[in-house]
Design a protein around this ligand. Sequence first.
Ligand SMILES: O=C(O)CCC(=O)C(=O)O
Ligand SMILES: [Fe+2]
Length: 200
Amino acid sequence: MGDKLAAIVQGLVDNGYVVLPNWLDDELRSALRAELLVRQDELSRAGIGRDLEHQQRLDVRNDQTLWLDGLSLQQQQYLAQMDELRQTLNRSLFLGLNDFECHFAHYGPGHYYQKHLDAFRGRSNRVVSTVVYLNAWWPQDAGGELAIYDDKDQLLDKVSPQPGTLVCFLSEEFPHEVLPAGDDRYSIAGWFRRDGVQLL
Ligand SMILES: O=C(O)CCC(=O)C(=O)O
Ligand SMILES: [Fe+2]
């Protein structure tokens, strides 16, 4: 297992979340960012709850998103890297993850995503949340941090969206929010899922 993969497994075991700088190499990061920029007019205002309700709630979040379709070389490279992570998590932690869904996201200046959980116990198949940041640079004073809380709403961490950083956390355990971005903020948010297997 590579050092980075081992660090993710260890972080999830120890804390339930992990922040890994330099997960994406620069070439792949900038290719993904370039694709997002070229396809900016395809991005739509994000809704809350993909499957449940398609309503738009601009008071809760106002980023714009586009689901990856796996068609471009850079998407394929990214999805292959995340599949390696999926297999590692399954081997090391027996999570039984069998799917990964992810979307590009763009937070324009002033945009945010209020505190939320990505999965509710028993109501979603999302097990591990992931975010990777695609900006070429991000000044420390530009806001847009991912604030991560524990189940008592105590702030655990404020992650600056630095180029290539990956954040992983257990989807049901950690309320989190995106603080208002001071600049255009580009990312891919994704979820490892455990789908389909119903043991009655
Ligand atoms: O962009 C981030 O840092 C987190 C995004 C997020 O929480 C989500 O899309 O569910
Ligand atoms: Fe989230």
